[in-house]
Design a protein around this ligand. Structure first.
Ligand code: G1P
Length: 289
């Protein structure tokens, strides 16, 4: 079984829900406490052993590339002032040359199209996809690491899922579950944004995927699905039957940072885990609620 060495981060979206901030700042650069959203996804990938990060970007997303580069002026200034704790933080966020690649999605045709844009950079090997909007939080055993454990056991394709309320199923990719073995469920079918009342289960895709390269030929067909977009879910659904396909129920906390309320909640939840600010944040919340 080939190891999963590469990860795709689709980051071309306009971030409409975060206008006006996203007029000038990519959504993925908005901070949760003090780290941009994209950093959480990259850290998760690194913790799962991913070696190469592939960002599918768009116009006005330069800040993401700059962010993972060295920051010479700041670093030399911090070094001169002997502020080593900040230097260490900067060092930990940098991606070495060759470990980060950027490709542009030239048309906004959906998630499946975005993933397809990375095809030549991925080549003929399995890869991960992480949607940075979904902040999946379990620092002890990050989501992609949980999925890699299943991949090493079962091979094929692995997606992360969580049970969501019935009235939310129309917003997500939903899995039709087969045999269940602990946190691992066989996937029989998959449907993107099913109409209300038609979802095969309450198990929703939460933005983490391990996929085989055969998906690219299916994405290339450019077939349109929900919302008139080229959907990753539709291409995945076509792999079922010819390749192993499993869902792992994520063990951890999910914050939907594509949503304004979810983004604020992520900030509060993660702030409460930071010893240096937790007490004052907690005291403030107690005071105002
Ligand atoms: C995308 C996927 C969907 C998945 C969701 C998770 O939808 O198409 O299958 O459930 O991410 O956040 P989007 O949120 O881009 O509409």
């Amino acid at each position: 079984m080939k190891p999963v060495r590469k990860a795709i981060f689709p980051v071309a979206g306009f971030g409409t829900r975060f206008l006006p901030a996203t007029k000038a700042v990519p959504k993925e650069m908005l901070p949760v406490v003090d780290r941009p959203l994209i950093q959480y996804a990259v850290d998760e990938a690194r913790a799962a052993g991913i070696e190469q990060m592939i960002f599918v970007t768009g116009r006005n997303k330069y800040a993401i590339e700059d962010y993972f580069d060295a920051a010479y002026e700041i670093e030399s200034d911090l070094a001169a002032k002997n502020k080593t704790q900040f230097l260490d933080i900067l060092e930990s966020t940098r991606l070495a040359p060759g470990k980060a690649a950027f490709v542009r999605q030239q048309q906004m045709l959906g998630l499946g199209h975005a993933v397809g844009c990375a095809r030549d950079l991925v080549g003929d090997e399995p890869f991960a996809v992480l949607l940075p909007d979904e902040l999946l939080w379990n620092p002890g055993n990050p989501c992609l690491k949980q999925m890699i454990a299943t991949y090493e056991n079962k091979g094929g394709n692995v997606v992360a899922v969580l049970e969501i309320p019935e009235d939310q199923t129309h917003k997500y990719g939903i899995v039709d579950p087969g045999a269940v073995d602990g946190a691992v469920t066989e996937v029989r079918k998959m449907v993107e944004k099913p109409a209300a009342g038609t979802a095969p289960s309450r198990l929703a895709l939460v933005g983490r995927y391990i996929l085989q390269p055969e998906i690219f030929a299916l994405l290339d067909k450019g077939e349109r699905g929900a919302g008139g977009e080229i959907q990753l879910t539709d291409a995945m659904a076509k792999l079922i039957g010819s390749q192993a396909f499993h869902a792992v129920t994520f063990d951890g906390d999910r914050h939907d940072c594509g949503d304004n309320a979810g983004f604020i909640q992520a900030n509060i939840a993660l702030a409460l885990e930071r010893p240096e600010i937790a007490d004052s944040v907690r005291a403030f919340i107690r005071k105002i609620v």
